[in-house]
Design a protein around this ligand. Sequence first.
Ligand code: GRF
Length: 212
Amino acid sequence: MNIAILASGGGSNFESVVRATRSGKLSSDVVLCLSDRDSAGALVRAKAHQVPTAVVRPQRGSSGDFGNRLLAELEGAGADFIVLAGYLKMIPQEVIAAYRNRMVNIHPSLLPAFGGKGMYGRNVHVAALAHGVKVSGATVHLVDTEYDTGPIVAQRCVAVLSDDTAESLAARVLEVEHSLYPETIRLFEEGRVQVHGRTVRILEATPTEDPN
Ligand code: GRF
């Protein structure tokens, strides 16, 4: 697949996906790192890895135009799969339609808990700790028109410890994200992801042929 990664922040998930493509864990290429802000750390990482970059800023009151400008960048780069990695803008309808079931997001909680508008970054872990959950984790889901509501493709748990702070829990979840995201993208490469309404079924891996 030709992957475009959209990121607004530091870009550690961007890095983990690029590294997986470079090490052969993924067969895809990352063809674009796109951000809504010039200061995104992900853009610095992209340049270090020679991944093409683009910045598309939303403009107030012209969401249609934002969608078209995003689409032009994505299609211009030849992207056929979109990976959201800490991208904080709502994805416009026309982009969702163009990449239906080919756009994923990663969220640092076990959705549907602690998702939705305002639930990003530290807020997620503060809310999880305030609720007293004993496990948290990461969720990879398909992207639909709301924040964090699309069909769930994969989840992985981490324990919440009695002395956890939002920072220590965030670090433990992020570490899991860095393996979960490439592994989940691999399922799409292998054509093993089947979407039935809200439910995603992961097909069994095809056994590799015995050379003997
Ligand atoms: C991650 O926690 C991810 O779950 C969320 O945004 C954060 C991005 O971190 N969607 P990074 O920029 O990839 O380091």
